[in-house]
Design a protein around this ligand. Structure first.
Ligand SMILES: C[S@@+](CC[C@H](N)C(=O)[O-])C[C@H]1O[C@@H](n2cnc3c(N)ncnc32)[C@H](O)[C@@H]1O
Length: 324
């Protein structure tokens, strides 16, 4: 399965403008997808620049490789998790890094054509793994997890008001026969949600199961500080989120790493112990009207960019060519 190599990714020009500061810099793309941001970064940066990109999905890796093939040895694309990017970059002597981009979530192309159950509009097996060889599938979670855990997934990741009722219905339905396909899940949701809210409920349920299957928020929380560690002083990290939970994790982590206390106001003393390691380059940047009308999926995108403080510790990790 090969994806299109001409799609324009969300906020492409803004990402490039904010990230590419060094002509011959080292850039990482942790969610290379169809390679749109990666190609734009390589296009804008100088002939001495390099880019390492990873994606969990093998068909995205194949497509991104085709997309950046014209840049020759300047670009390397691997199948992998962005949580492993610091290790992968260190192994290849690509640290410290000048710019990193994470464009979170899933591409519309994967939703449409992966056959892995991301869309409630199609009849497909309930898989939903970005890497189709690793971890629990959606049907494993739906058929094996406790009612309490399912309620939590639907409530926390989907912000779904009917979470408890839906979880009860899943557990009762699976006693008769396990849920195997997106249509099984769709039918169940349709029976419970009020008619006027069926599509919204379906979207929330599918999104929450996908987030749980891929541990999307846990990985983001874990990876952001480690990605900051491999930036060179003044190097930048750009994160594009597509829903409020991802954006909340990104915003809170960035605030904490920029020295702000992010403890709940009710705590009498600070427990988060913020240390100033970066500065905010920009608050939330959203696509303009033209971009949203050309690509309606862009409407929920939010970009945040930070830069590592010049005096931060650990600056100047060794690269093949010496200390940067
Ligand atoms: C919105 S798309 C990225 C599109 C990309 N920026 C482009 O220009 O085509 C998100 C991609 O992130 C990948 N992905 C999601 N979680 C990941 C993770 N933890 N590590 C690596 N890739 C991940 C998905 O497989 C998907 O291809």
């Amino acid at each position: 399965m090969n994806g299109p190599v001409d799609h324009i990714p969300v906020l492409r020009d803004t990402v490039v403008e904010m990230l590419v500061r060094e002509e011959d810099g080292i850039y990482l793309d942790g969610t290379i997808g169809l390679g749109g941001h990666a190609a734009a970064i390589l296009d804008c940066a100088g002939p001495g620049s390099r880019l390492l990109g990873v994606d969990l999905d093998p068909s995205c890796v194949a497509t991104a490789r085709r997309r950046v093939a014209a840049f020759g040895e300047r670009a390397v694309v691997l199948q992998g998790d962005y949580t492993a990017l610091p290790a992968l970059a260190r192994e290849r002597h690509l640290v410290p890094v000048d710019g990193i981009v994470l464009d979170l979530g899933i591409s519309s192309w994967l939703i449409e054509s992966s056959g892995r159950g991301f869309s409630f509009q199609k009849d497909e097996p309930l898989d939903m793994r970005f890497d189709p060889t690793q971890g629990q599938r959606a049907e494993d979670i739906l058929n094996l997890e406790s009612e309490r855990h399912l309620t939590r997934i639907l409530r926390e990741y989907g912000e779904e008001p009917l979470a408890a009722r839906l979880a009860r219905a899943i557990v009762s339905r699976r006693k008769r026969s396990p849920l195997r396909s997106t249509m099984d899940l769709r039918t169940l949701v349709t029976e419970i949600a009020p008619r006027s809210r069926v599509n919204k409920t379906l979207a929330r349920v599918f999104q929450s199961i996908r987030i749980a299957v891929n541990n999307e928020l846990g990985k983001l929380r874990d990876a952001l500080p480690k990605l900051v560690d491999i930036l060179r002083p003044s190097g930048r990290l750009a994160v594009i989120s597509f829903h409020s939970l991802e954006d909340r994790v990104t915003k809170t982590t960035f605030r904490r790493l920029s020295g702000e206390c992010v403890c709940p106001p009710r705590l009498p003393v600070c427990g988060c112990h913020p240390v100033r390691r970066l500065r905010l380059v920009t608050g939330a940047v959203r696509p303009d009207k033209d971009e949203v009308s050309a690509n309606p999926r862009a409407r929920s995108a939010v970009l945040r960019v930070v830069a590592r403080m010049p005096e931060a510790n650990g600056a100047g990790e060794q690269t093949l060519g010496g200390t940067r």
